[in-house]
Write a protein that binds this ligand. Structure first.
Ligand code: ADP
Length: 496
């Protein structure tokens, strides 16, 4: 394959700004792709959260502008080296839109920023303008989630972007429930022909303007982050959130590629954020991490070896917290301790604050975003609980494997594709998997895990098997490159 010019557009990316798994993917995939000899730029908004000095950002070029919502908006591009050959990071600086306390949400109202439609339609145009003015017309523009959904549409319907007539667009869905749907009046702000907003066209979704629909509709290829989730979101409203029909129509172009893991960051052999490093050959350090975790969270040392179950998550219904809420008393009567790290819905903050008070010896719930503690929980826990209602890919179960922390998961999406249920008799499996979204089934899987835990030999073999699993980006990057090639072929055929 000849060397390609690739632009990865994302609303967030590690190490610059992160709210969830998309950031991990957007930080790691470009590295892996550049490693294959392609020229990759990542572009994200320059949020307040990005530490400009830490990452060597430099303002480049002149003031640029685009028109959004009928206003001319000025912006600047910053660039930063990434330390990786052929991979550079670009940032769109517009303080009015991005110098805010949170990325997507207004902490004062608890809801989304009221002008998210303007922020991300501005971002889409600014990204394309930046390419034009820095003379980087990519072969592939790889867009991620609704915030970037306008880009594939602009490439197809706005002649300002004729320079990109050979550029193929990919749209990746990291979570179909986040759709970027705005009131009908929003459409006028996008600067497109009114006729494009109509049923049977690419923007209209139940009388709303949907950025997600635009991404799905206009991109040359679509993918999501596991094969099972790719099937699930076409199968029913339960998973597709209204997009099942639209996706089914594009079934031939919809692919599932499991996320890789950045083992430069999530790897107990080299992790500087944990007190003692460890490997499958020298796993002893894990015990010290467990003691350090107890100390850090104030969980008392039990008389005997009690397993710690870790949870790191957005506190949202998607992640199965209603099951945990339902089962809380029985769960906390079991022979285990829980180390939870998370932020999200107020009802779950209230729940875990109450459980902290009621069961101080059994659960420590830290309700904040804290990367260092996330690493410590992965390293120091024995098991990791992810009872998700749906899970596009899920990353923490994969980090857990690497740290010898056995995942307990529900069989859905990426969890189904990455965790094999334990069979101690056959000596197979990397975790504990339950099927139905049901608190009793979840409890049964946890009880099964606790039983196996008591047999130290079997447990250790399982831990080592988990630690030796390989979910590095190598495999997934190759699949993305195949997808890019398919998109380019399709694009060439259409333009012939
Ligand atoms: P999602 O993107 O749906 O939130 P993923 O499992 O794909 O779920 O990715 C979540 C990422 O965010 C993981 O890297 C996880 O460690 C991290 N994370 C979630 N909540 C927190 C938190 N409170 N503190 C630190 N990291 C967190």
């Amino acid at each position: 394959m000849e060397s390609l010019k690739i632009l990865l557009v994302s609303p967030e990316a590690v190490p610059y700004a992160k709210t969830g798994g998309l950031a991990d993917v957007a930080g790691a995939l470009p590295k892996a792709i550049a490693g294959h000899g392609h020229d990759v730029k990542l572009i994200i908004p320059l949020y307040r959260q990005v530490h400009r000095n830490n990452y060597g950002l430099e303002k480049v070029g002149q003031d640029l502008n685009v028109t959004t919502a009928g206003r001319v908006e000025n912006f600047r591009i910053h660039k930063a080296p990434t330390g990786i050959d052929r991979f550079e990071a670009w940032f769109v600086e517009h303080d009015g839109f991005f110098d805010r306390p949170e990325l997507y949400r207004d902490p004062k109202t608890g809801g989304d920023w009221a002008d998210n439609d303007e922020r991300f339609s501005f971002f889409a145009r600014a990204v394309l303008k930046a390419c034009q003015s820095f003379d980087f017309i990519p072969d592939i523009i790889h867009c991620n989630d609704w915030q970037t959904g306008l880009i594939p549409a602009l490439l197809k319907v706005d002649k300002t972007y004729n320079d990109f007539n050979r550029t193929a667009s990919i749209f990746s869905i990291h979570n179909i429930a986040y759709q970027g749907n705005f009131p009908e009046e929003s459409f006028a702000k996008l600067g497109l022909y009114n006729s494009l907003f109509a049923p049977g066209q690419g923007f209209e979704f139940w009388n709303k303007v949907s950025f997600l629909k635009a991404g799905v509709w206009y991109s040359d290829m679509i993918n999501t982050v596991s094969e099972t989730y790719a099937r699930e979101i076409q199968s029913s409203n339960e998973f597709g959130y209204g997009f099942e029909g639209i996706l089914k129509e594009r079934s031939a172009d919809l692919h599932g590629i499991i996320n890789g893991i950045d083992y430069d960051i999530w790897n107990p052999a080299i992790d500087t954020l944990i007190p003692v490093m460890f490997t499958p050959d020298k796993p002893a350090g894990k015990k010290k991490c467990k003691a350090a975790l107890r100390k850090a969270l104030g969980l008392p040392q039990a008389r005997k070896d009690v397993p710690i179950v870790g949870i790191i998550s957005r506190l949202a219904d998607q992640k199965g917290f209603d099951l945990i809420a339902e089962a809380a008393d029985e769960l906390l009567s079991l022979d285990l301790q829980i180390a939870l790290l998370g932020t999200g819905d107020q009802k779950y903050h209230d729940l875990f604050q109450a459980l902290n008070k009621k069961y101080p010896k059994k659960i420590a719930a830290l309700l904040e975003f804290n990367n260092q503690i996330a690493h410590l929980i992965e390293a120091g826990s024995d098991m990791f609980l992810m009872p998700s209602r749906y899970e596009p890919c899920g990353l923490n179960q994969l980090y857990s494997l690497k740290y010898g922390t056995i995942p307990i998961v529900r069989r859905t999406g990426g969890l189904a594709d990455t965790i094999e249920n334990a069979n101690p008799v056959k000596g197979t499996g990397t975790g504990f998997v339950f099927n139905r979204y049901d608190s009793k089934e979840m409890l049964a899987a946890i009880k099964f895990a606790l039983e196996v835990y008591r047999d130290k030999n079997i447990w250790e073999i399982m831990m080592l098997r988990a630690m030796r699993q390989d979910f590095s980006w190598d495999m997934s990057a190759v699949k993305y490159l195949e997808l890019y090639e398919k998109a380019l072929k399709k694009k060439t055929m259409i333009s012939l």
